[in-house]
Write a protein that binds this ligand. Structure first.
Ligand code: DGP
Length: 118
């Protein structure tokens, strides 16, 4: 496992970020390049590079990620209208940061799920 990622530095508050939630398992902060009025990244505090690296040990933490996603959607006031949760894995998904993260997007109609390059 890598010892450090951009997001683990945010988790340890060594890099600035607009953190909206943190506990002993996960950290949530606003995306630097928001694609919707609400665009928050929720990351396990532990480095898991991609979904391909998930093990049974991570079940509780990743389940918790969903609980926190709902909680944040509620506090952002977007739970009733709806929102999108998205996790990119690897090259074809354009994953940029190799520290597993869930995107929470909402605050406007998000349209069809995928815009594919032609
Ligand atoms: P992905 O393509 O799924 O790996 O998305 C990475 C996201 O991370 C992308 O939407 C931009 C965001 N991001 C990259 N660097 C930073 C940063 O330094 N701070 C914050 N808050 N977000 C970042």
């Amino acid at each position: 496992m890598p010892e450090d990622t951009l997001f683990s530095k945010i988790v340890r508050r060594e890099l600035p970020a607009d953190i909206v939630f943190q506990d002993d398992q996960v950290t949530a902060f606003r995306d630097i390049n928001p694609q919707a009025p609400t665009h928050i990244l929720i990351v396990p505090n532990k480095i898991i590079p991609t979904v391909n690296d998930v093990t049974r040990e991570d079940e509780a933490t990743l389940g918790h990620l969903f609980i926190v996603a709902h909680q944040i959607a509620k506090s952002e006031g977007i739970d009733t209208d709806g929102y999108r949760l998205l996790i990119n894995c690897g090259q074809h998904a354009n994953q940029e940061v190799f520290h597993l993260h869930m995107h929470l997007l909402g605050g406007r109609p998000l349209g069809p799920m995928l815009k594919l390059p032609s």
